[in-house]
Design a protein around this ligand. Structure first.
Ligand code: KIV
Length: 271
């Protein structure tokens, strides 16, 4: 059953209701109008304008360099495409860590200037009070726990998180704090499936997993990864639902050949 209505985007309240109804929630990233239109038309529940744009769109090796202005620019194209899906935008590194006031001002900029519906913030206990300020200011917030890529320099890499009991216990606490702070849902990235299942059953808000097993209330993937556009990245949790790198290279090769041998354009393709 779809919760989408004609020409109106799904709301955070509807996302929460999907958990109560036991219905799985779907989310994919998008960073531009064209692909976001296709993702939206296919019936996705939420589109994430992730700061993974730093990797996928800009080619950086981490998500740290992307700026607030760049995120707003990308998000505004996605918002123009999204007729049904709720649009969530990542608050980039440096846009919420300095002070509550700055976090509120930057989140409001994202909603005002891009037209998006919600923001996503990485972290637990350390950002929970920022999140409650944002929620009080009218900004819907999605949390993000486990592997939080903006902390790569602290973690020293992108390995599985919370596999030791101490970190798992912190994640349980963090998840509860995010729920109390008013998050409408929370992403669990790269944590053991059993831990994700346990915390999912204890939270009233939906959990959206990436590398966190099947018992999360929903799943998210980076669009370019699941389309098989980037063959160099194939972690265990990722499924390629298409092999588009091959298709794109084949099409570009065919175009080059057609131009070289003067079969493109043909008579019907000219004026
Ligand atoms: O930036 C992103 O794409 C994300 C997802 C991996 C959840 O945060």
């Amino acid at each position: 059953m779809s919760v989408h209505t004609q020409n109106s985007r799904i709301t955070t309240a509807q996302i929460k209701k999907l958990k109560q109804q036991g219905e799985k929630i779907t989310m994919l990233t998008s960073y531009d109008f064209t692909l976001a239109s296709l993702v939206d038309e296919a019936g996705i529940d939420m589109i994430l304008v992730g700061d993974s744009a730093a990797n996928v769109v800009c080619g950086y090796s981490t998500t740290l360099p992307i700026t607030l202005d760049q995120m707003i620019f990308l998000a505004s194209g996605v918002v123009r495409a999204a007729k049904h899906a709720l649009v969530v935008v990542d608050m980039p590194f440096g846009s919420y860590q300095c002070s509550e006031d700055e976090a509120v001002a930057n989140a409001i900029r994202i909603l005002k200037e891009s037209g998006a519906d919600a923001v996503k913030i990485e972290g637990g206990e350390q950002v929970a009070h920022y999140i409650s300020r944002l929620v009080k200011a009218g900004v819907p917030v999605m949390g993000h726990l486990g592997l939080t890529p903006q902390s790569v320099n602290q973690f020293g890499g992108y390995a599985l998180r919370a596999k030791e009991e101490q970190e798992a216990e912190q994640l349980r606490r963090d998840a509860k704090l995010l729920e109390q702070a008013g998050c409408f849902s929370v992403v669990f990235e790269k944590i053991p499936a059993a831990l994700a299942a346990e915390v999912t059953s204890e939270l009233s808000i939906p959990t959206i997993g990436i590398g966190a097993g099947a018992q999360c209330d929903g799943q998210v993937l980076v669009l370019h990864d699941m389309l098989g556009l980037n063959n160099g990245f194939k972690p265990k949790f990722l499924r390629h639902f298409a092999s588009m790198a091959e298709e794109v290279k084949q099409a570009v090769g065919d175009y080059i050949d057609a131009v070289h041998n003067s079969t493109f354009p043909n008579e019907t393709e000219q004026y």
